[in-house]
Write a protein that binds this ligand. Structure first.
Ligand SMILES: Nc1ncnc2c1ncn2[C@@H]1O[C@H](COP(=O)(O)OP(=O)(O)O)[C@@H](O)[C@H]1O
Ligand SMILES: O=C(O)C1=C[C@@H](OP(=O)(O)O)[C@@H](O)[C@H](O)C1
Ligand SMILES: [Mg+2]
Length: 165
């Protein structure tokens, strides 16, 4: 069973996913890192050279390759932009939606140039993107975790639910 982390940019998918995998003793894959490694280019380079559509194709291909493995998988915040990804994720039960308020998300991603859909964006532009996606995170989520908590508290909350299943 793949434990998948979904949520907007800055929610903590990569950070909490890595720590959760350590605690579970499972391999960890960050989908962005997987794409970078397979393509030999950064996310920004892919966006700049071939556009977001190409990135989304690579992302869907990577998701398909990584699902159904016994790993912890951190997705990118735009995974819900592609309907096929939502269909694939609906087949996976353990999708954990990391979420917190937009002010906190914005403060975590501002100044980080590694996210083409965030760099140079105003708070209102980021909030509009968040609002356009939030219902789709909810659509695929098995559980929602408030990642305003510390990384370890988020992991503890997730572990409590997983061990009760
Ligand atoms: N629970 C948390 N509390 C405070 N800061 C966090 C938390 N989780 C992640 N961060 C920080 O927020 C930023 C984005 O985290 P990241 O794991 O890259 O999020 P995502 O993969 O969802 O975009 C990083 O600087 C990270 O250190
Ligand atoms: O929300 C988005 O459109 C994106 C989020 C990023 O991942 P994180 O959510 O881990 O930052 C990365 O996949 C890419 O920059 C696109
Ligand atoms: Mg990430």
């Amino acid at each position: 069973m793949t434990i998948v982390l979904v949520g907007f940019m800055g929610a903590g998918k990569t950070t909490i996913g890595r720590r959760l995998a350590q605690v579970l003793g499972r391999p960890f894959i960050d989908l962005d890192s997987y794409i970078v490694e397979k393509n030999g280019r950064t996310i920004t380079e892919i966006f700049e050279s071939e556009g977001e559509e190409k990135f989304r194709q690579l992302e869907s291909h990577a998701l398909k390759a990584c699902l159904s493995q016994d790993i912890v998988l951190a997705t990118g915040g735009g995974i819900v932009e592609v309907r096929d990804n939502i269909h694939m994720l609906k087949e996976n039960q353990l999708n954990i939606w990391l979420d917190t308020d937009i002010d906190e998300l914005y403060s975590r991603i501002m100044g980080d140039e590694s996210r083409p859909n965030a760099s140079g964006q105003t708070f209102l532009q980021i909030k509009k993107l968040y609002n356009s996606r939030v219902s789709r995170y909810n659509e695929i989520a098995f559980m929602q975790v408030d990642s305003s908590q510390s990384v370890d508290d988020c992991v503890r909350e997730i572990m409590k639910i997983l061990t009760s299943l």
